[in-house]
Design a protein around this ligand. Structure first.
Ligand SMILES: [Mg+2]
Length: 381
């Protein structure tokens, strides 16, 4: 398989409503789409979003790296996905998000050529074909805003079938957050409820939170403390916590997962393709977590389109379960870039939405062009 042409689209898609996290206020999805054309004229699509506080990527840095990768990729023959990561590394050091974007487009092409959905290909390659047909993946819904809005949203979405929740904490005082968490835990009793501080709490506040009665019904607490704390601090938090500890910003791929497993410093992790460098490393990471009976949440950055959502979901369908739910973030976008956007069905994503060969989502070029970020233009390589 050869790449004959590539187009890179820098996008900005407004969110339905801004999302406030402890260290950032997100108003729009800044995301890069890549369309590769092979020698048979087939098109494969990839995506990666910016995440200045998670991967260090901005729209400009991501565009630069994707362009560099693509320009240098044309001289290679892309035969076996097992070798993709090695070839990427021979072109460019690090830059997991750009590699994830490129790998996604290559896998889309590769699986289209084989007439197989990506999730089925992952299942076959990981010797998981004995598993039953995949059940719908539970979608994790974020809660935030005023207490009245959080309660109203929780009630509305619960009626629709959502049973997995994430409460963003860390921008209010600890006492206020603990009160919110207790109130929502009561309201959503029996569901999988988590909090995510995006690393905003001090170690002592995190310990206080995890030992509190107010947090006692949580299924897990994600990235309470900054990723740059010493490993010994994470070990202390894990030892003292009465609830499971999840990590996100601390975990980029297999290396950190193995380090934290060895240190017994967490109970599970959030996997994002922009951190792992793509689907193939993410599924390896998911398998290691599962083998150690650790929790796993699949997640898109706030926010990514249906394309990245579908590639991420393919891992969940291949494995057959996502114990901590799937944060599918296209649900927060004002519009998507394909005609058939991924949608929640009773709070879940059905595998039937990924029935087509390849990733299963085809961006519509006119919609993609309409979403190009102000001050940017598409790049043809
Ligand atoms: Mg997180």
């Amino acid at each position: 398989m050869n790449i004959t042409q590539a187009t890179i689209f820098p996008l900005s898609i407004p969110l339905i409503e801004p999302i406030k996290m402890s260290r950032e206020f997100v108003r729009d999805a800044k995301t890069v789409l890549l369309c590769l054309t092979d020698e048979e004229g087939r098109q494969g699509w990839g995506e990666a979003s910016v995440a200045p506080l998670m991967t260090g990527e901005t729209l400009d840095s991501l565009l630069g790296s994707v362009k560099y990768l693509v320009e240098n990729a044309k001289s290679y023959e892309w035969k076996d996905p097992k070798n993709f990561a090695q070839i990427f590394s021979s072109i460019l050091y690090g830059n997991a998000s750009a590699k994830s974007c490129f790998e996604m487009a290559l896998l889309d092409l590769f699986t289209q050529r084989q007439s197989i959905p990506l999730w089925k290909y992952l299942r076959l390659e990981n010797k998981l074909s004995h598993l039953a047909d995949p059940k719908p993946i539970p979608l994790l819904r974020m809660l935030g805003g005023s207490p009245e809005k959080e309660v109203a949203d929780a009630k509305t979405y619960r009626t629709q079938g959502f049973r997995h929740w994430k409460i963003k904490i860390g921008s209010l005082s600890l006492a206020e957050d603990m009160e919110r968490v207790a109130m929502l835990s009561e309201l959503l009793d029996g569901d999988v409820i988590s909090v995510d501080a995006n690393g905003a709490l001090s170690l002592s506040d995190a310990i206080r939170f995890c030992e509190s009665k107010q947090a006692s019904k949580l299924s897990f607490a994600e990235q309470l403390v900054p990723a740059d704390l010493a490993l010994s601090d994470f070990i202390e938090l894990k030892k003292k916590s009465l609830i499971p500890i999840g990590l996100d910003e601390s975990i980029h791929g297999l290396a950190e997962i193995e380090e934290f497993i060895k240190a017994k410093a967490f109970d599970g992790a959030s996997l994002k393709l922009i951190k792992t460098g793509g689907v193939l490393e993410a599924i390896e990471a998911a398998k290691v977590l599962k083998a150690h009976n650790l929790g796993m949440n699949l997640a898109c950055k706030i926010a990514e389109t249906s394309l990245s959502g579908a590639a991420t979901a393919a891992i969940g369908f291949a494995l057959g379960e996502v114990p901590w739910g799937f944060s599918m973030s296209n649900q927060y976008l004002q519009f998507d870039i394909c005609d058939q956007a991924l949608t929640a069905n009773a709070g879940h994503l059905d595998v039937s939405q990924l029935a087509d060969s390849g990733i299963g989502i085809k961006p519509q070029e006119s919609r993609v062009k309409d979403a190009i970020a102000k001050g940017y233009a598409l790049i043809q390589c």
